[in-house]
Design a protein around this ligand. Structure first.
Ligand SMILES: Cc1cc2nc3c(=O)[nH]c(=O)nc-3n(C[C@H](O)[C@H](O)[C@H](O)COP(=O)(O)O)c2cc1C
Length: 360
């Protein structure tokens, strides 16, 4: 049966891919409490719809750092997409370009920065993990710049990998031929052993990524690139203020889709206090648990310029490659348009804090 909403893609994806790969995508850390509250928190937010507004034309486009995108959804960085579909990141890049939005490409992509850059002309940002060896990190930034990426998105919530117990149970290893393609022969998987850490990804992070990062490294990153720098993984007003002080260009409110510190709050719950702390000067994006157009409109009302989705487009990729990702994006676009119309908001800019209420 054809899926009628994004959640129905999950069940289809489960049938299309290997169980270990499905678990790697689905899983959260520890008891998966944060994974769950990322979703349920949206249920406590209710709309205050306004009526008798002319919504004969609804425009879902929005502007982020001077770039207009067709809908307020970006594709979050996710690792190893060829595990899900042979076309992997190349299919995702093409679907994002077709939908008129940004793909954020993971450091741990299973195609190279250059291959993904050349796959489609749409806007791309590069998600950066910092390596213990600084020259490895700097080299990645240079390659992203040369390949035409428009921003660097520094992930700051992975000094170590959260305990994803589904992967431990599976002793998760990447299938043959799937690897972090940016590092063939350098920071590659041959350097680490899953046996010590329960999963190959945990071993990789422990072995190669820098767990000594501080705000000085954000300043260092700003100093080595002229691209806009976003920080991804902010959950408190304190760190949002420090991000602003460090001169970042944008903040992504994220708990890594419930995959890092379990017991972290739902991202939508902390968005308002972060918005208040940094004011209107810095654009905010939020991710985690967004599965419906109404979720997106709630996030816009609470101060986000846009959102990112992770798992939903991976389900689409698993089910149908490029066209599967395109279908997921189109479903969400249609839902956003409807929610905006029913809220009395013809444009994204019309969605305000007055359009929602919090029911605790
Ligand atoms: C399979 C998978 C791989 C991910 N890989 C990365 C990554 O390489 N870098 C990163 O910053 N975040 C990564 N994330 C987190 C996503 O960027 C995003 O924060 C999260 O998926 C959003 O939640 P959602 O899946 O509920 O939409 C990954 C998430 C998943 C599910």
């Amino acid at each position: 049966m054809d899926p009628v909403n994004v959640l129905e893609f999950e069940a289809l994806a489960r049938e299309c891919i290997d169980r270990h790969a499905f678990d790697f995508i689905a899983g959260g850390s520890d008891d998966e409490v944060t994974l769950g509250t990322n979703r349920t928190a949206y249920e406590r937010i209710v709309f205050r719809p306004r009526v008798l507004v002319d919504v004969s034309a609804v425009d879902t486009s929005t502007e982020i750092l001077g770039r207009r995108i067709a809908l307020p959804i970006l594709l979050a960085p996710t690792a190893f997409q060829t595990m899900v579909h042979p076309d992997g990141e190349l299919a995702t890049a093409r679907a994002a370009a077709e939908a008129g939005t940004v793909m954020v490409v993971s450091t741990l992509a299973s195609c190279t920065v250059e291959e993904i850059g050349a796959a489609a002309a749409g806007p791309k940002w590069f998600q950066l993990y910092c390596y213990k060896e600084k020259r490895v990190t700097e080299e990645l930034v240079r390659r992203a710049e040369t390949a035409g990426y428009e921003a660097i998105c520094l992930t700051v919530d992975v000094p170590r990998l959260g305990r994803r117990e589904q992967d431990f149970r599976n002793v998760f290893a990447l299938p043959p031929g799937i690897l972090p393609k940016n590092f063939e022969g350098t920071a590659d998987l041959a350097k680490v052993s899953p046996a010590e850490h329960g999963s190959i990804v945990a071993a990789y992070v422990a072995g190669l990524l820098d767990d000594g990062l501080t705000w000085d490294d954000v300043a260092w990153l700003k100093s080595i690139t002229s691209l806009p720098v976003w920080v991804k993984g902010i959950l408190t007003p304190e760190d949002a203020t420090l991000s602003a002080d460090a001169g970042v260009d944008g903040i992504i409110v994220s708990n890594h889709g419930g995959r890092q510190l379990d017991g972290s709050p739902a991202t939508i719950d902390v968005l308002p206090e972060i918005r208040e702390a940094v004011g209107e000067g810095i654009p905010l994006l939020v991710d985690g648990g967004i599965r419906r157009g109404t979720d997106v409109v709630k996030a816009l009302a609470l101060g986000a310029r846009g959102v990112l989705i992770g798992r939903p487009y991976l389900w689409g990729l698993a089910v149908g490659g490029q066209s599967g990702v395109a279908r997921v994006l189109e479903m969400l676009r249609v839902e956003i348009e409807l929610a905006m119309a029913l809220c009395g908001c013809p444009t994204v800019g019309d969605v305000t804090r007055r359009h929602v209420d919090l029911r605790r």
